[in-house]
Design a binder for this molecule. Sequence first.
Ligand code: C2E
Ligand code: MG
Ligand code: MG
Length: 467
Amino acid sequence: MSTTEIPPRLRKTHPERQQEYARLAALEAAEILDTPPESSFDAITRLAAEYFRADAVLLSFADESRVWTKSYWGEPVRELPREGSIFEMVLQADGPVVVPALSADQVCGECSLMLRRLKVRSFASVPVRASARQILGTLTIFGAQPRRPMSGDELRTLESLAELAASQLELRRLRKICNRQGARPQQQSSRQVTGIWPRLPDLRRALDEHQFVLYYQPEVELATRKIVGLEALIRWRHPDRGLIPPMDFIPLAEECGMILPIGDWGLAEACRQIREWCNQEVCEGSLRICVNLSARQFAREGLADHVEELLRRSGVSSGQLGLEMTESSLIPDAPIAMEVLGSLRRLGVSLLMDDFGTGYSSLNHLHKFPFDVLKIDRSFVARMAESEQALQIVRTIVDLARVLGMSVVAEGIETAQQASMLQQLGCRYGQGYLYAKPLPAEEITRLLRCPERIVPNSVSAAAALPN
Ligand code: C2E
Ligand code: MG
Ligand code: MG
């Protein structure tokens, strides 16, 4: 099975994991995750900045994979990767971390992204704790220059400011409880009532215990059956329930925010796999590996930085990575989506619009978003042979893409008739069971070793592929 290298914070003993679960539960109770900065905390960061004459101050809280800034003074930062962060240092120290003079090497190593962005040469960070003492976040002051060591009094002042943030959180929590008690009984979600599996803790455990796996489906040039790309599709390899398809857990993951750490894992794992295929010399030339992104992953500004960091770490070139997203994931916050897409584009990764034609206003938005590829939804491909209307839609999409300079990939091709109709309409690329189902990475390696990377005529021939 292919798993990414286990980040240090996941290499945990059982009690450490339990502690982390308790910490995440306390964080959830505080309801401060995955939301924009809140001005109610600004008095604290401003006071810290003035008192310590700091160049920047961040009040942040960390979930499984991200550090979310709730209030900043100085350089605006909304979220940062958790791995190698100051938060991790504070968590490990279970107390304040004060670094009066950072060397240039350290700036590029640990906490690289944040320190580089803020041009930091000194910092001091203290924990913000829940009422049960778990560390939920940190209050950190930054200096652009080295500074003298902090006195005991100064450190206590910084800790008092962090306690102020913690008590504000506690107050908010109590206020919410009061409101709920005063209001009519809350409607439980159908998930809670019927006991539908899975639930949030199941997803968390699955991530922690490396039960997710990526399968890959080839994308081929229709005329030659040559593999030109691969789409990464997540599966959950559950120890008792077997292989679980994405639609059985992605909607819940989106609902509860777990899609962020799961999505981060997927991106990192895809980059690791690309690297491995490159090392095995099976992905030279133009082979693009695409990862699906969900709406929540767009609602944050750090996505492009995150992708850039992953590419840098894995040594994968941006041309080898594609990102697929549906139109509906872009619409809720179109201005942010535009910004995020723009920065991804500048990185050089390909952008693919998935399930095209199913959105409510596909044509309206198409020219606004900088996509390279349109993927025709498989419902049109499936109906094309019987329905004149579906055929007309496919024809329009292909023509439109040509005018806009995008390429087209048809999804869900199951019959030779569909493949030839698509080619007649001018669609060059496609994917579907006719060529190959989504397969584990090892089987894809064998497919990539086929002469000219051409998929054998029968899918069942996959069993007889070269080793
Ligand atoms: P999608 O991105 O549109 O992926 C195509 C889906 O069509 C896949 O289903 C694939 O197995 C299926 N498919 C491909 N060829 C054929 C065919 O010829 N016939 C039929 N009937 N189906 C075909 P899958 O793997 O179950 O994924 C479903 C959806 O789950 C994906 O739709 C995507 O929206 C989402 N998904 C998958 N992996 C991820 C992930 O890592 N992150 C996120 N956010 N979403 C994911
Ligand atoms: Mg897709
Ligand atoms: Mg699709």
